[in-house]
Design a protein around this ligand. Structure first.
Ligand SMILES: Nc1ncnc2c1ncn2[C@@H]1O[C@H](COP(=O)(O)OP(=O)(O)OP(=O)(O)O)[C@@H](O)[C@H]1O
Ligand SMILES: [Mg+2]
Length: 429
């Protein structure tokens, strides 16, 4: 699945890069071509625009074609050739070529071009020329000139410009091909790198779904088996079947707790779960949450002490902070035997509050400590207990602490007890 996605991303990357490169090259090529031709055209139009006046005046004065022809060498560009055509459509004057075309210059290629003063490109004998054709008119009347010459053509050989364009095209072609190859390689590398976190998250999600289904199966199987048992003895009373019914009730409670935890984690994963944060008196929230456990601890024969410093204020979600206390105290109660102690202490530590929940219970083995915040992780000894949970408590606690900008640390020794230290940022009172 990820291989195909990676391939598609690579192709998409390469195509986008290739199109951008191609478009960019096209723009560069068109700009350079436009610039070069504009320079040539400027020479052509500059020549024709400045000269006709002189041309006609001289012609009137001297009255000879030969005199007119002497003006031609005034051209700005040394490559420029000027052709003069008479009314019969023949070239006239000092021709810049021999009539037999031994120089390879074929004037016929320029015959009959539109006389609109617009530069155009003409191909002749394997050469390219830029040509501007101009009909000669008298300056004052705008009438055709009273001379033998009726049309002038200024011509520039643009072989060097086109040669330059061809070289540019060649270089850009190589750049586009090399760039395309580099784009494929870079695209493939980037696609693989971009997919790593997605693959990890997908695998985590898969694991989450399979663990959740597994956890849901157990209570459901118990409820189903007990229901079938009840149905097999329709005559029995609730009293005689109270064990079965209470077992079903216990599993139903476990199921609802599990579903609630799963929902919290699933929503937190998709960022759908936002905390309802507000300024609160942390001292009161923590004290109230811990106080609810005192009767349970007393019932179990555990000595529980609560010591929360006065005047602690924080910005947080009251319900979630209470849930945090419940998760740690629930564990402390669950994993501590009668005669043990639980200490719930919260003190100001600079700009943060340090909450410590300590018990003298069974403790956690060193090799298990790094995993206790993982979803569905249960210590080997806690899994064998009859009141074992689902291993989601601490992962929810970690999420709550992180959402409050705090940190969490665990320390434990098997047989001696466990200590969790949570740091939560405070605000001024
Ligand atoms: N105070 C503690 N003493 C000893 N072991 C603990 C304590 N707190 C947590 N653990 C270990 O960490 C594991 C994970 O705890 P967590 O609260 O996430 O799951 P759980 O208590 O087993 O189930 P749940 O909280 O979902 O009902 C526990 O199974 C247990 O092995
Ligand atoms: Mg727990």
């Amino acid at each position: 699945m990820f291989h195909r996605t990676s391939l598609r991303l690579t192709v998409l990357n390469a195509v986008v890069f290739f199109v951008i490169l191609l478009g960019f090259s096209g723009i560069v090529y068109a700009t350079v071509q436009h610039h070069l031709l504009r320079k040539v055209d400027a020479s052509l139009t500059g020549n024709i625009g400045a000269k006709p006046a002189v041309f006609i005046e001289n012609q009137k004065l001297i009255g000879s074609t030969q005199a007119v022809m002497k003006i031609a060498p005034l051209q700005a560009d040394v490559r420029m050739i000027t052709l003069f055509w008479n009314a019969r459509g023949e070239p006239t004057g000092d021709l810049p070529f021999d009539k037999e075309s031994t120089t390879g210059f074929d004037f016929n290629a320029f015959r009959g071009l539109p006389e609109d003063d617009k530069p155009r490109t003409v191909e002749s004998s394997g050469h390219s020329y830029r040509v501007l054709t101009h009909r000669v008119k008298t300056v004052k009347t705008g009438e055709p000139a009273p001379s033998d010459i009726v049309v002038t053509q200024t011509i520039i050989n643009i072989d060097p410009e086109l040669g330059m364009m061809r070289s540019l095209l060649f270089i850009m072609g190589i750049a586009v091909i090399a760039g395309g190859g580099a784009a494929v390689m870079a695209g493939s590398y980037l696609a693989r790198r971009a997919l790593v976190p997605i693959r990890l998250s997908w695998e985590r999600q898969q694991q989450f779904v399979s663990d959740a289904s597994h956890e849901l199966r157990t209570p459901l199987a118990v409820i189903r088996a007990n229901t079938e048992l009840l149905l097999r003895h329709p005559d029995e009373t609730i009293e005689t079947q109270s064990d079965t019914i209470s077992s079903m009730l216990k599993e139903t409670k476990r199921l609802s707790k599990l579903v609630a935890s799963l929902l919290t984690l699933a929503r937190s994963d998709s960022n759908q779960l936002e905390l309802a944060k507000k300024r609160l008196e942390l001292t009161k929230v923590l004290h109230d949450a811990a106080a609810k456990f005192a009767p349970l601890a007393a019932f179990k024969g555990i000595d529980m002490s609560i010591d929360v410093e006065e005047g602690l204020h924080a910005v947080g979600d009251e319900e979630r902070l209470q849930q945090l206390c419940v998760i740690f105290l629930d564990n402390a109660l669950k994993f501590t035997e009668a005669g043990g102690t639980i200490r719930f202490i919260c003190k100001r530590c600079s700009t943060a509050a340090t909450l410590v929940i300590e018990d003298t219970g069974m403790g956690i083995a060193g090799y298990e400590l790094p995993y206790i915040f993982d979803r569905f992780y249960q210590g080997s000894r806690s899994r064998s207990r009859t009141d074992s949970g689902s291993g989601l408590g601490l992962s929810i606690a970690k999420w709550i602490v992180e959402k409050h900008g705090g940190t969490i640390q665990a320390d434990s020794e098997v047989g001696k007890g466990t200590q969790f230290a949570i740091s939560l940022p405070l605000v001024a009172g």
